[in-house]
Design a protein around this ligand. Structure first.
Ligand SMILES: Cc1cc2nc3c(=O)[nH]c(=O)nc-3n(C[C@H](O)[C@H](O)[C@H](O)COP(=O)(O)O)c2cc1C
Ligand code: SF4
Ligand code: SF4
Length: 409
């Protein structure tokens, strides 16, 4: 199995060999830097490139005060030559760009598309020389302008990523707007007051189906896993690569090993451990006061609907078994990484591996996620009568317990 098949990560014409990315650093991450440090990454974001006279003049002023910048008199020629230099890599390339006029963004988008590359809108740069031009982070403050820009760029057919920084405006509203406008990827610098704001990342995951790249302060695989566990489809690294040029390689190897071992590299943390709504798949019957109730309110499901959804979902699958487990069915069982001899003895009996168990839960988690991101429109399958009445009967006794819990809430 190739790495592309192992991860199955595709956005439009871009297919990633793994969910690890180089994040852009102006004046540093060009084709040459990428070839030296990022060949193992599934995605390489180069730039930021300044697409017009105004942004190049701004970059000159920034470099005069010591910042590294890419400055050119012929932006499109530079972009094209950088893309050509990276044409022989099996990583997807994205170009992070800043401009004043929409036309320049569109020209760059056409160029990116010609090279099967992604265009990344730099709505992140907070240097005053750039924000004074109403570019960079200033785009986040003018959501109508950003929306219009996304819609027009998407007409070129390019795969479009939007790079933003957390906590500049309300994160979830911004993410919803970017998705509704038609972007494909949200590259989310989860910058918080002390390192990455993982809660912000999770909240964004919970409101959007965009391909989500989690970024900020990743220096080892543990930090990457924290982001995967909050719903990042991919993680990216900037400063960490300057400190350790082997980091992307190490992260790609570790993520690939995790995917081979578990079948779900970005398995959510349990809800009570800060995971995103996909973690509902690992929740037990909602019989006690815990994080599941808040999550169900977000999803717009009652505990009963949730119970029926889970029961229907596992019927006919090996997860319906589970005599001897806490709730009589592995529909309600914890992540495989949580040691449990009760669940594992059922898995042994029915000869199901941890990876297969996780994959079955993954289908359910994804289904729950789709339900939640459809603006709280509960999935019609919740209301369909079960095809497996017999198994439902076996659940009746457990539902009685559930009934008692509703009346006590
Ligand atoms: C020197 C430097 C230059 C950067 N230039 C850009 C840029 O041009 N465009 C952009 O979107 N982000 C830029 N960033 C932000 C990074 O891509 C990344 O979001 C941020 O550094 C947090 O990730 P990290 O903790 O892995 O460094 C820059 C960061 C640094 C340190
Ligand atoms: S139902 Fe279980 S796993 Fe889910 S939030 Fe409550 S205690 Fe945690
Ligand atoms: S049987 Fe084990 S895995 Fe299943 S719910 Fe109970 S503690 Fe969790």
């Amino acid at each position: 199995m190739t790495d592309h098949q192992l991860f199955d990560l595709t956005v439009g014409y871009a297919s990633f060999k793994n969910p690890v990315a180089l994040a852009p650093m102006a004046g540093i991450t060009d084709a040459e830097f990428a070839k030296k440090t990022a060949q193992a990454a599934g995605l390489i974001v180069i730039g930021a490139y300044n697409l017009d006279f105004e942004t190049n003049e701004a970059a000159k002023r920034m470099s005069e005060r010591g910042r590294k910048e890419f400055i050119t008199e012929d932006p499109m020629e530079l972009l094209e030559s950088e893309l050509e230099k990276l044409g022989d890599l099996d990583s997807v390339i994205a170009v992070n760009v800043r401009a004043v006029s929409t036309e320049d963004y569109m020209q760059a988008a056409l160029l990116a598309r010609k090279h099967n590359a992604i265009l990344e809108l730099d709505a992140h740069c907070r240097q005053p020389e750039i924000t004074d031009l109403e570019a960079g982070e200033e785009l986040i403050n003018d959501s109508d302008k950003l929306k219009n820009l996304i819609q027009r760029i998407k007409r070129t057919g390019v795969v479009l990523s939007v790079k933003i920084r957390a906590n500049v405006v309300e994160n979830t509203q911004l993410a919803r707007m970017i998705e509704a406008a038609g972007a494909d990827i949200l590259h989310f610098d989860a910058m918080g007051t002390h390192g990455a704001d993982l809660r912000a990342l999770r909240d964004v995951r919970d409101v959007t189906n965009l391909f989500l790249i989690g970024n900020n302060s990743i220096r080892d695989f543990e930090a990457a896993k924290e982001m995967y566990g909050r719903g990042a489809d991919m993680i990216s690294v900037a400063r960490g690569v300057l400190e350790n040029p082997e980091l992307l390689n190490e992260l790609a190897i570790a993520t690939t090993a995790l995917q081979r071992q578990t079948g779900w590299y970005n398995v959510p943390k349990h809800l009570c451990g800060g995971g995103d709504l996909r973690a509902l798949t690992f929740c037990c019957l909602p019989v006690k006061h815990c994080a599941v109730h808040t999550a169900l309110k977000k999803v717009g499901m009652t505990p009963r609907q949730f119970a029926e959804f889970k029961i229907n979902f596992v019927n006919g699958t090996p997860l319906q078994y589970g005599d001897g487990t806490c709730f009589g069915s592995m529909a309600w069982c914890c992540k495989a990484s949580k040691p449990c001899f009760l669940r594992d003895s059922v898995l042994d009996t029915i000869d199901l591996s941890h990876t297969e168990y996780t994959e079955l839960h993954q289908n359910q988690g994804t289904s729950t996620e789709n339900t939640t991101t459809q603006t709280h429109d509960t999935n019609t399958s919740l209301h369909q009568p079960s095809q497996h009445t017999h198994t439902l009967q076996k659940q009746q006794e457990r539902e009685k317990t559930l009934e008692t819990s509703y009346t006590t809430q």
